[in-house]
Design a protein around this ligand. Structure first.
Ligand code: GDP
Ligand code: GDP
Length: 499
């Protein structure tokens, strides 16, 4: 077994070189109007934000996620502003159910905003209580926003700062989301926490999918039993709605309007073999489907938003179009599939409308499509081997079991965790098949460990600074896929130098 004590991490961590899937998540919390959205916008600047759920007519009720850039720090940032209703303590408490399940579980850190001008508000205390109850592992950074409005009146800030300590989260920092004041202080507060986290995750001691508790060494849950978030994506008219109806069947449960959310955020969910499956952003998606006589690009954008939230992406393509066009995927579909893989999602391809290729005249076509599609998909998405392809006819209402067995299989693989002992036995075996040649320096893989699941991410600990070649990384990836049956799952391998 590897000697963990021997590992010496090199600080400072270079966040710009960290795989975005490994970046920690920071949620901005606070009562309405303290400036959460303003801070979120400042942190992500002009980069793209992903919006979950649909806006209603009056207030945005979305949770936005983006990649934040603060100096050389990079992290995922969540703006919880969308989850609030009117400024009543009841609404803050009632939205907790939604928050807990969907968002807080994926958050390791929090910035707790209060408005320096109004001082501590009873609702701030509610938020504090809520946070402590829902995520005891999170020790938020308290930031007093709108501090630019105090000018040089330091007394006021000192008073407010003392008041803020009633929250019990330590000394606050002064910031202004609008002017950028205090961003250095925010950086300095965040940096050690995020760096600790990265080192711990890379050490394999903590799953990225849980609240990061600085005092705990390990945190393990059987993630494959958690509810599955499924996104059904594809061009207009390929049969997504039809498939959706098939999947929902008599199990149709339209949840909502959930506490704190509007009727627009009604969410489709169903049970399959004792497991809860959420259809990601179905409400918003269905609405758009009605209006979606427009260009295909609309559905690509919609898909992109859905991808980050989904565990498994089911890309629906049209069998008749394939037969006509003589190629499996249009450009738009390849783009969606690649995005799913890049985002680290499990991918399942669903070829719908197979009924149109049945019958005598078409039977050769039917066979051809069945053979050609998996091969062609392999060619256009070579990064991921063995992507499952399911052939169905949604209109006949029968694809449910075929689709769901592949979706669940993909999900379970996506959640897989391999022990370091098992991986190193495996490593010795593959190295004996095809060893990594030293490049002058005495570089070799000391050991290999899985640092996270969802998607499976591995680190090769190297004895020297020479990096493994891309070819060798590909060989390792391929071997992992074959030996642990990980077809269709994007696998990541990173390298670290252990002096
Ligand atoms: P949220 O409800 O917490 O997301 O708050 P918003 O980001 O929507 O901001 C609420 C109001 O506070 C808006 O009118 C913002 O322009 C204002 N605001 C946000 N940050 C600052 C700041 O740093 N200084 C001042 N003076 N106003 C701010
Ligand atoms: P969406 O735009 O992707 O949601 O597609 P729809 O579910 O609205 O389906 C588009 C059209 O294709 C409708 O006319 C459906 O009846 C039809 N359709 C969907 N699935 C099938 C199928 O399995 N076979 C056939 N022949 N037609 C289908």
């Amino acid at each position: 077994a590897p000697e963990k004590a021997n590992i010496v991490y090199q600080k400072p961590v270079d966040f710009t070189k960290i795989d975005i899937n490994l970046l920690p998540t920071v949620m901005i919390v606070g009562r309405p109007n303290v400036g959460k959205s303003a801070l979120f916008n400042r942190l992500i600047r002009r980069r793209e934000a992903l919006v979950y759920n649909t806006p209603d007519d009056h207030v945005t009720r979305d949770i936005r996620e983006g990649i934040a850039k603060l100096g050389d720090l990079r992290f995922r940032v969540l703006d919880s502003a969308g989850l609030e209703t009117e400024a009543s303590s009841e609404s803050i408490l009632s939205r907790t159910a939604v928050m807990t399940a969907n968002v807080l579980a994926r958050t390791q850190f929090a910035i707790f905003l209060i408005d320096v001008r109004t001082g501590l508000h009873p609702l701030d205390q509610e938020v504090g209580k809520w946070l402590r109850k829902q995520a005891p592992g999170i020790n938020p950074i308290v930031a007093m926003n709108k501090s630019e409005s105090l000018h040089s009146n330091t007394n006021t800030f000192a008073e407010a700062a003392i008041e803020a300590q009633i929250l019990g989260f330590g000394e606050p920092i002064a910031i202004s989301a609008e002017t950028g004041l205090g961003m250095t202080a925010l950086y300095e507060a965040l940096r050690p926490r995020l760096e600790d986290y990265i080192v711990k995750v890379l050490d394999g001691n903590c799953s990225q999918d849980e609240n990061f508790n600085q005092n705990s060494d390990s945190c393990k849950v059987d993630e494959s039993k958690l509810p599955l978030q499924l996104a059904i994506v594809g061009r207009p008219n390929v049969g997504k709605s039809t498939l959706l109806n098939t999947l929902l069947q008599e199990d149709r449960v339209l949840v909502g309007p959930e506490a704190g959310l509007t009727r627009d955020s009604v969410r489709a969910q169903f049970q399959y073999q004792g497991r809860t499956v959420y259809l990601v952003d179905t409400a918003g998606w269905l609405q758009r489907v009605d209006r979606q006589k427009g260009p295909a690009s609309l559905s690509i954008m919609q898909s992109r938003k859905n991808l980050m939230r989904a565990h498994v992406v089911a890309l629906v393509i049209d069998a008749e179009e394939i037969a006509k066009a003589k190629r499996s995927m249009t450009h738009a579909e390849v783009v969606i599939a690649r995005q799913a893989v890049e985002e680290g999602r499990g991918l399942v391809i669903i070829v719908n409308k197979m009924d149109l290729l049945k019958g005598k005249r078409n039977s050769t076509l039917y066979k051809k499509v069945k053979e050609a599609v998996p091969q062609e998909i392999q060619m256009v998405i070579p990064q991921v081997t063995g992507i499952p392809v399911v052939f169905i006819s949604a209109i006949e209402g029968r694809g449910r079991a075929a689709v769901m067995s592949q979706v669940i299989d993909t999900y379970e693989k996506w959640c897989l965790r391999l022990s370091t002992a098992r991986l190193n036995r495996w490593l010795r075996k593959v190295m004996s098949r095809h060893s990594w040649k030293d490049q002058g320096a005495q570089t070799k893989i000391k050991y290999f460990t899985q640092v996270k699941a969802r998607p499976p991410t591995f680190v090769a600990f190297m004895s020297g600074k020479t990096q493994l070649s891309d070819t060798y990384i590909r060989f390792l990836t391929k071997s992992l896929k074959e030996d642990f049956d990980l077809g269709g799952i994007p696998i990541r391998i990173m390298q670290r130098y252990v002096p």
